[in-house]
Design a protein around this ligand. Structure first.
Ligand SMILES: [Zn+2]
Length: 591
């Protein structure tokens, strides 16, 4: 009777669909036998901890304190979990084919009779998940007297940590995120700015305790000397450290942070790209942009200001320019950093600790550093972000003493940089004086379509295709090379995101007297109109004089490098004027 009701539960949960499909009484699954006949319906198998019913204890398995004691062999096939009085037998799919399920379930049921639990239900799970649940309990209950056992567990945790790093390197992630929430943890990676779950059977989910122990190992055993904020891992505290490990012969440095949350914690490990060398090419600047940058740098004076949202690559772009200059041994180059993100050869980097809670002290330190550097007479100086009156004035002062000055700021466009500098209190007369302004750059990083799965315009629904062909005709460009982002979740090249890397979309202005005259009169509309009037008006030429970021983005879309939707973020196709008829300019879109 007992056996009958137990198996009844099993039938209800999982076996029923198999029988209903008219298949044989042999049960097949992904993990134990393939369904050659096609008669057997697919079963619900828990592969991730998230698929499991709620539980707060593992009460049955092969561990010391188990209420339901199982042999080592049995524990590979089933474990018992409970929440309050509700009990589930988590049975491995390996048990399907053995025919021993009823016997094992009966044995579990019998042992449960000694306790005050309800009737157990059965859920099927992947062998890996059953093993994890059993191992989790073994870990918690110790056996620390057995050194081999302990080392075996340590090796497991270590393997898991290395696996995350290896996976992160493989997908070219910028950081690893382990998000522990209650009983489960999710492993995700930031790839090209997008969060992507680890692609494995469990969709990146792992039991919280196992994730926690792998992270504890990273904090307690392998922190670089002096970088850990706590001697012991405690997920209730804000922690940070730097971990150096060797993975497949590659030395990896990770900057790790641990942030407590309501029901767990988030562990974020950022790959340090110290060895990664960026060049103008790796950014995706066009020849025209590069020429303008090189001209600006060659003049050796005035302000080069880069604007863009956080993550638009402006700091890295400044680094590329500084490193380029540092190859010239005859220059004195210095930079003020908060913090120093990358050590650069040939550049004197001054670290200014930024204390958000004490703005006055931060300001005092900044002013002091500037005073010393003015006396030090640098040829080239990088100030970091120009965000206060003090940093704005310092930038002008450096330019006035004949230094080539680099700075970054937040602005929505190239001409918006003027507005921003004026609004933080930079003196307009000083700003527009001859020789002070040099080059303004406004840039964004835009997702690049995955070559393996992107969809050509010709294969798009007719509504989208016709709209784009219409825009192409009106703006007199060929749109045949355009592509769209795929939603093919199977693509291994891009992990199903449709995106591989990012490229720069930018606008640059090198000022002339007329433009500065408009600025001096605070006529920003006049300045814009004047600047745009220098453009050749075409959407398929690589001369970007007078053109906004829209034109650059449109060129990239014509090459099929970025999606047309990304172009729309810089302006709508129907907002832009058709080019003037007349002299045909050679089309040079293709790279
Ligand atoms: Zn793809």
């Amino acid at each position: 009777m007992l056996l009958k009701s137990l198996v009844g539960d099993v039938l209800q949960k999982s076996i029923k669909p198999v029988l209903a499909a008219g298949g044989p009484s042999i049960i097949a699954c992904d993990d134990c036998a393939s369904d050659q006949s096609g008669l057997i319906a697919p079963l619900d198998v828990c592969k991730s901890p998230l698929d499991l019913p709620a539980y707060d204890a593992v009460i049955g398995g092969n561990f010391k304190s188990a209420q339901v004691k199982l042999s080592e062999q049995q524990a590979q096939l089933a474990v018992v979990i409970a929440k309050s009085r509700e009990v589930h037998i988590v049975a491995s799919t390996k048990l399907y084919s053995t025919g021993r399920a009823p016997q094992l379930f009966a044995q579990i049921r019998q042992q449960l009779q000694s306790y005050d639990y309800g009737l157990p239900k059965v859920v099927w799970a992947s062998p890996a998940l059953v093993a994890d649940l059993n191992r989790l309990r073994s870990d918690l209950t110790g056996r620390t007297d057995e050194l081999d056992q302990f080392n075996a567990r340590k090796t497991d945790h270590w393997k898991r940590f290395i696996e995350w790093i290896r996976y992160g390197l493989q997908v070219k992630a910028s950081d690893i995120h382990v998000e522990v929430d209650g009983a489960h943890a999710r492993i995700r990676f930031r790839v090209d700015g997008i969060m992507v779950p680890m692609q494995n059977d469990a969709h990146g989910d792992v039991l919280a305790q196992l994730a926690r122990e792998s992270i504890a190992l990273a904090f307690n055993s392998i922190s670089d000397a002096g970088t850990a904020t706590g001697s012991n891992f405690n997920s209730n505290e804000f922690l940070e450290n730097i971990v150096s490990v060797e993975v497949d012969g590659q030395k990896i440095k990770l900057r790790c942070d641990c942030i407590p949350t309501e029901d767990g914690f988030h562990f974020i490990a950022r790959f340090s790209r110290n060895n990664q060398r960026y060049t103008y090419d790796s950014f995706g600047y066009e020849g025209w942009h590069r020429q303008l940058i090189q001209r600006a740098i060659a003049s050796r004076r005035g302000m080069i200001v880069l604007a863009g949202i956080p993550g638009s690559g402006k700091t890295t772009a400044v680094q590329v320019m500084l490193e380029d200059l540092a190859r010239n041994d005859t220059l004195k180059i210095s930079s003020i950093d908060t913090p120093i993100e990358k050590k650069m050869a040939g550049i004197a980097q001054t670290l200014l600790p930024m204390d958000e809670s004490d703005q006055e002290e931060s300001q005092r330190l900044f002013n002091k550093a500037i005073q010393h550097w003015v006396r030090g007479n640098p040829d080239v100086m990088s100030l970091g972000e120009i965000r206060s009156v003090a940093s704005g004035r310092a930038a002008i002062m450096m330019a006035e003493i004949g230094c080539l000055l680099f700075g970054t700021t937040h602005a929505h466009s190239c001409l918006g940089i003027f507005q921003r500098l004026i609004s933080i209190g930079v003196d307009l007369y000083s700003l527009t004086a001859p020789g002070i302004m040099n080059l303004f750059i406004h840039q964004s990083l835009v997702p690049v379509l995955c070559n393996a799965c992107k969809i050509p315009l010709a294969a798009m629904p007719s509504e989208i295709k016709n709209a784009m062909l219409g825009a192409g005709r009106r703006l007199d460009v060929c749109v045949d090379g355009m592509h769209y982002q795929a939603s093919d979740r199977q693509c291994r090249q891009c992990m199903g995101t449709g995106i591989r890397g990012r490229t720069v979309v930018c606008e640059m202005i090198q000022h002339d007297a007329q433009l500065l005259d408009f600025i001096l009169r605070r006529d920003l509309y006049g300045a814009e109109k004047y600047w745009r009037s220098n453009s050749d008006g075409r959407y398929d030429t690589l001369n970007f004089t007078g053109k906004s970021s829209f034109y650059h983005a449109f060129i990239l879309a014509q090459r099929g490098l970025i999606a047309p939707d990304e172009v729309s973020k810089f302006g709508f196709f129907d907002d832009f004027p058709a080019p003037a008829p007349g002299e045909q300019i050679a089309r040079v879109v293709a790279q």
